[in-house]
Structures are given as C-alpha cells and as structure tokens.
Design a protein around this ligand. Structure first.
Ligand code: HEM
Length: 394
C-alpha cells in the first residue's frame, strides 16, 4: 500500500492563471494519474475520483468537518451547521431545513422573475453589460434577503464585505487576508445579529427560525445565529458566482437558449447540468479521524483530505461525455451541491434562482454573448468572475 509521497506528483496550483481560466484539464490529469494525491503546498490529500469524493463526504465518522474531533480548538463564533458534525449538527440542520421548506418558493421564484425581467429591461440595450455587477450580484442579494425575510443591505457595501470574507477563505495561501477577513466577519455578525434583536420579527425563513428558537439555550441560540450568517453570506456568494458562471456558459454556448426555447421543460434539469459543468464551489475539506485507505493510499489520522467537486463532476466513470453540456443528462447525481451530512442546505432555493434567470431569458429575445475579457477572481474555493462583460442584444 502506498503512503504519502514527499512531493506532489502532479503540480496543481488553484490560483495559477491558466488553472483559474480552465481548471478541468489539470483536474482530469490528477484524476487519471494520481486520484488520491498529496499536495505539499496545500498540505492535504486531493481527491478527484467521483466515487472517492462521495465516500469521503458520506463517511462523516471517518472524515470530520469539525476540527474539535481531532482536538483542534475552534472559535465559538465559527460553530454553525457547517462546522458541527452529526449528531451535534442534526438539531440546527433540521431547524433550517424545516424553515426552508415552510417558505413559498413558487411565489419567491415569481418575484425573482419579475425583478430579473425589470433589470434586463434596464440594461439589455447597453452595448456591454458587466453582468456580475448588473445581474448576478443584485439578483443574488434580493433572492437571499427575500428568502430570509429581511431588508437587503445596500449592494455596494454588502458586496465588499462578502468579497473580503470570500477572499479570506484562502488565508492559508495568503496570511495577509486574515485581518480584513476578521473585520468583514464582524460586520456580517452585526448585520445578522440585528435581525435577531430588532423587535419587528423578520418574516420568511428567519422569522420561522426565530419563532422556534425563542426559548433555546445559549449554546443552541449561538449555533442558530452563526448558521444564519452562513446562509446569508454563503448563499449570496455562491448564488452570485453560480449566476455568473451560468451566464458565461450561456454566452459561450449560444445553442443552449434556443434549444431550451424549444423544450422549456428541460430548464430544471439544465440548470443542474450547468452547475455540474462549471459550478461555483470547487471543493471542501475534511480531517481523517483514523488511519484509512482511499484508492489504495493510506491516509493518516489528522491529515486533511480535500474533495474536489469540480473533478468528481467531470469523472468519465460516472458522466458520459463529461466535458460536454448535456441539457437532459439523466441521471445527474453531481457533486455541485455537495453530498451527505453537509450537503447544501439551500439547494432547492439555488435551483429556483438559477431557473428564474433562465426562464426570464427564455421569455425574451436576448442571446448573451461575450463582450470582452472576463477574468476570474483569484480564489481557490469559489470559482467566480471578477468581471463578466456581455452583450445582451438579440
Ligand atoms: C448555486 C448555488 C449554490 C451552490 C453551488 C452551493 C453549493 C454548496 C456546497 C457544495 C456545499 C457543501 C460544502 C461542504 O460539503 O463542505 C454547500 C453547503 C451549504 N450551503 Fe450551499 N450552495 C449554493 C447556494 C446556497 C444557498 C442559496 C444557500 C442558502 C439559502 C446555501 C446554504 C448552504 C449552507 C447553510 C451549507 C452548509 C450545510 C452544512 O454544512 O450542513 N447554499 N453549498
């Protein structure tokens, strides 16, 4: 049985320009040559085969999200549904899941379609539309605030806070990001705390959560607030990235919208395929709680294991023609929303938001097309655009 090699046999730098532009050839090489590869710089095992990714995400007893299970301290302010593992996670996860399912998502989707339609009316005639600023960010903010039942903060201020938090996720690669990230998190806490302390109950999902946790113990109440932060900031940033990636893919594949105009019944499946094809969340990390063998490689207790969703989602062992968009791909059990105990809590909401954008475009004659260079943000965890200039004319 192989053990940890001294150097990474396949160089992989998620922040390298070519990888940011198109990570898929590198990920395919890793998956084919070293599907479980030790990365010296990232100090973790990179997992790239679909079946290994699913195994790590499913076996939460062996692969911990919560570092405290390995004796590593975690600041109280970081304990949320995202960090707690089962069984401790169950109460807060089901609280938010129940609250989400209690929302009228049909009505929310209708409101979003209306809002997107109005924005398209305002900008579509411009020769170049910066689609992150004009579409992805405002749609994501309105969507997540509507779901939670709160008044959205001013977009520019909020986008800055959210970007700083997102960049600080790569603080392991660049320690200068730690302090700005801490300040931005404090601003996020103040904002979310205000939704829990103001006398007027928020409606929506947070109203539901507040009503059910009014008498909860202190520890439980803290998990709930921190989870509300994850929902708001994580929901906003992933939705922004996903809307941008989707618009970019539509512009790059001008055949998609006409095909969907002919078969609108495919929209639901198509938005899932678009997330498989170029989803925003590149990967996630767990810690091995015991010595374990993955793909013939011995992983030691305490070592980090990084599941690369983006690699699993293009694994030809599971997805025929993985580098092609297949709008009616069935089945399509991709990993874009994760898997298992920590799978995305907002999946149904995210699907509605993406479908609202596609549905609204289908009602127009717009055909998005690239209109200039579209650099990606230099972030390893979130695949997103810094700018996305598009033409939205017919
Ligand atoms: C297209 C948009 C989205 C994508 C691609 C996405 C993707 C993901 C992924 C891959 C995970 C799992 C991470 C892991 O295993 O460590 C996750 C977790 C999560 N997502 Fe999403 N997400 C999206 C939108 C949203 C939205 C809109 C919300 C809120 C309404 C949300 C809330 C959450 C929460 C709370 C978690 C943590 C769940 C847990 O750890 O138990 N997400 N998301």
């Amino acid at each position: 049985m192989a053990t940890r090699p001294m150097t990474s046999p396949v160089g992989y730098d998620p922040l390298d320009e070519a990888t940011l532009a198109d990570p898929y050839p590198q990920l395919a090489a890793l998956r084919e040559q070293t599907p479980v590869a030790w990365h010296e710089g990232m100090e973790c095992w990179l997992i790239t085969r679909y079946e290994d990714c699913v195994r790590v995400l499913r076996e939460h007893e062996t692969f911990a999200r919560d570092p405290r299970r390995l004796g590593i301290a975690v600041a109280e302010a970081h304990l949320s549904v995202q960090v707690l593992d089962p069984p401790q996670q169950a109460g807060v996860r089901s609280l938010f899941m129940t609250a989400l399912h209690a929302q009228d998502l049909d009505a929310l989707q209708d409101r979003l379609r209306q809002m997107i339609g109005e924005r398209l009316d305002q900008v579509a005639a411009l020769p170049v539309v910066e689609a992150m600023r004009e579409l992805a960010q405002p749609v994501a903010l309105v969507a997540i605030a509507d779901l939670l039942g709160v008044t959205p903060p001013p977009l520019e201020e909020w986008a800055e806070i959210s970007d700083t938090i997102m960049r600080s996720m790569d603080a392991g690669l660049n320690p200068e990001l730690i302090e700005p990230g801490r300040r931005a998190r404090a601003q996020l806490s103040d904002l979310v705390d205000s939704w829990f302390t103001t006398t007027g109950q928020p409606a929506g999902l947070l109203g539901h959560v507040r009503a059910r946790t009014a008498g909860a113990g202190l520890e439980q109440a803290a998990y709930v607030r921190h989870t509300a932060r994850v929902m708001f900031q994580g929901g906003y940033s992933t939705l922004t990235a996903a809307l941008g990636n989707l618009l970019h893919t539509l512009a790059d594949h001008p055949e998609i919208l006409p095909a969907l105009r002919e078969r609108p019944g495919l929209v639901h499946g198509a938005v899932d395929e678009l997330v498989r094809f170029d989803g925003p969340v590149q990967g996630t990390t767990r810690l091995a709680t015991a010595e374990v063998t993955i793909g013939g490689i011995a992983v030691r207790r305490g070592e980090k294991v990084t599941v690369l969703f983006a690699a699993g989602n293009r694994d030809p062992a599971v997805f025929a023609r993985p580098d092609r968009l297949v709008l009616d791909r069935t089945p399509n059990r991709h990993l874009g929303y994760g898997w298992g105990a920590h799978a995305c809590l907002g999946t149904v909401m995210a699907q509605r938001v993406l479908a609202a954008l596609v549905d609204t475009l289908l009602d127009t004659v717009i055909l998005p097309r690239p209109a200039g260079s579209a650099p990606r943000r230099r972030t390893a965890t979130m695949r997103t655009f810094a700018r996305l200039p598009l033409s939205l004319q017919p």
